[in-house]
Design a protein around this ligand. Structure first.
Ligand code: SF4
Length: 246
């Protein structure tokens, strides 16, 4: 008997169970109660799950747009990351939204549920601090390192280095790192002098707004990157629990 059947019949029990002794009925109701609660939760979870999958698909489409905009800007400007550099990922002050890490969390909880659980434990121990959990530094080589989930990385990871924001005077300025500037000083100077005219530089606030349009709450709040990843993993692990329970 499936749980939905029990849920819809739970309130017609008294008649069929009229001849059952009271203590037996209590035992049965106790069991049914768990099913009823689980069923309500599962029905609700299914609605939430479908809504979250739509949002995840929208975030993936946004990432596709961002990747194309950044690739075009790199071609136009000649700016690029030094090969093998992981300096920006090694910082402890990166902030991100929960929404931008939902695609990664969804993928991990489906493909490698064990790994998702292990990551959650590690994140709980770190208490949301330190460099991004997906950053793997190369031992003994300064700023060299790589992202273990590069293709699924968040929005900030895609835009940082190759986007612009507005400064306090309302003028666009490039949001990039020290190493990109020193590796390509001439390209950097040309971009800085011709912002908004010769280059179609991705504008960070525009994409932040696009993300917020997908989900105002999950795409609006900024958290230390590991806290954002932890919350995204927790959300997807909860849905996996309900999937398995059905
Ligand atoms: S997700 Fe990957 S690219 Fe983004 S900060 Fe972490 S290690 Fe760097």
């Amino acid at each position: 008997m499936n749980c939905s059947y029990i849920f819809f019949n739970a309130y017609t029990i008294p008649k069929p169970f009229a001849s059952v002794k009271q203590n037996q009925l209590l035992n049965i109701l106790e069991i049914l109660d768990e099913h009823v609660i689980l069923t309500i939760l599962k029905i609700e979870d299914e609605k939430v799950r479908q809504m979250i999958q739509k949002k995840i698909a929208a975030v993936r489409r946004l990432f596709w747009k961002i990747d194309h905009a950044c690739a075009l800007f790199k071609l136009q400007s000649g700016l690029n990351c030094p090969v093998g550099c992981g300096e920006c990922c090694s910082k402890s002050d990166i902030e991100a939204t929960i929404l931008e890490f939902l695609p990664l969390a969804d993928d991990l909880s489906r493909r490698h549920p064990g790994m998702a659980e292990a990551l959650l434990k590690q994140l709980e121990q770190r208490d949301g601090t330190g460099p991004c959990i997906f950053y793997q530094a190369e031992v003994g080589s300064g700023s060299a390192g790589s992202c273990l989930e590069y293709s699924q990385r968040g929005m900030i990871c895609r835009l940082f280095g190759f986007s612009a924001r507005s400064n306090k005077y309302g003028q666009k300025e490039i949001l990039t790192c020290r190493r990109i500037k020193t590796l390509h000083p001439d390209c950097y100077a040309t971009v800085a002098e011709n912002m908004g005219s010769r280059f179609s530089i991705p504008y960070m606030p525009y994409y932040q707004e696009e993300l917020q349009n997908i989900d105002f709450v999950l795409g609006g709040g900024l958290y230390p990157i590991n806290q954002a990843i932890q919350s995204a993993l927790e959300m997807m692990s909860l849905h996996r629990f309900f999937r398995l329970a059905s």
